[in-house]
Design a protein around this ligand. Structure first.
Ligand SMILES: [Zn+2]
Length: 278
């Protein structure tokens, strides 16, 4: 097994759940063509087969926060190819075009059901939400900002793991973000994390699993190494729902699976309950 297959998990990337043609999206689950307007109204859930489509970070924040409450932090931060990894510059450029974002996470402050909070959302369209130095730095800064102001943090994760093109610098982000989460927690602040499909690798092994309350979307894949890697290592077949949110919930790693339409209200309630107890 090489490092590329271990960390980036290209083979375990979520199935492309929808293809955009003009003003219509074709569902990869049932083949139904749905207007973009309707898909947005339906929270990016296919009305034909109920399939959860991938949601861009910025749209995810819009879905979870109160209208016009989001103020972005560190939008201009971009990655550099400090290790001179072959073709990384080209991949970064393609990712910026593909995602229309400067990096794989969007961070800022907002209110959720009237409750002030810091929020970050990762973007699967930017190198599969992989975590490099900028992703780690932006999330760390957000936790430090939240700690200084006694604000909760809501995080939405989607990631193939650490970004292999940044080598150890990428892996270092796991401990850096985890330390910032711990300082935020030690100061009595709340961290709610929402795991979406897929949350794997170095992100799963660090801040995705450090929430005070861990939520997940139905059917989301949550795990460290992908099932193919584990099957090859163990040389045995895995259960059909292996690493799906429902199975991970049964194992005790997730507190609740929350359907997309209910997430804003659910998280708003958690934030308001925590606020009255502190
Ligand atoms: Zn469908």
């Amino acid at each position: 097994m090489n490092l590329k297959s271990f960390f980036l998990k290209a083979n375990n990337a979520p199935e492309s759940t929808g293809m955009l043609f003009g003003r219509f999206i074709t569902c990869k689950g049932c083949g139904r063509r749905i207007s973009v307007v309707r898909v947005r109204r339906e929270y990016f859930i296919c009305p034909g087969c109920g399939r959860y489509m991938t949601v861009r970070a910025r749209r995810r924040i819009l879905m979870l926060t109160d209208r016009r409450s989001f103020v972005e932090h560190d939008r201009e931060m971009t990655s550099r190819n400090v290790l001179h990894f072959p073709q990384y510059d080209e991949k970064l450029e393609a990712a910026r075009e593909n995602s229309r974002e400067n990096e794989g996470v969007v961070c800022g402050t907002a209110t959720v059901e009237g409750q002030p909070t810091c929020i970050f959302a990762m973007d699967a369209n930017f190198m599969m939400g992989s975590m490099g130095a900028v992703v780690g730095e932006k999330i760390t800064r957000l936790f430090e900002y939240a700690t200084a102001r006694h604000l909760p943090v809501v995080g939405v994760t989607v990631s193939g793991g650490a970004r292999m093109q940044e080598g150890m610098i990428s892996l270092l982000q796991m401990s850096k973000v985890s330390a910032a989460v711990q300082r935020h927690s030690n100061a009595g602040n709340l961290y709610v994390v929402l795991l979406t499909d897929p949350t794997t690798g170095g992100v799963d092994a660090s801040f995705a699993m450090l929430g005070d309350i861990t939520l997940a979307e139905p059917g989301a894949r949550v795990g460290f190494a992908g099932p193919r890697v584990i099957e090859k290592s163990l040389n045995q077949a895995l259960p059909k729902d292996f690493q799906r949110a429902e199975q991970v919930l049964r194992c005790g790693f997730i507190d609740a699976i929350v359907p997309r339409r209910e997430q804003k209200e659910f998280i708003g309630k958690i934030l308001s309950l925590h606020r009255v107890t502190v």
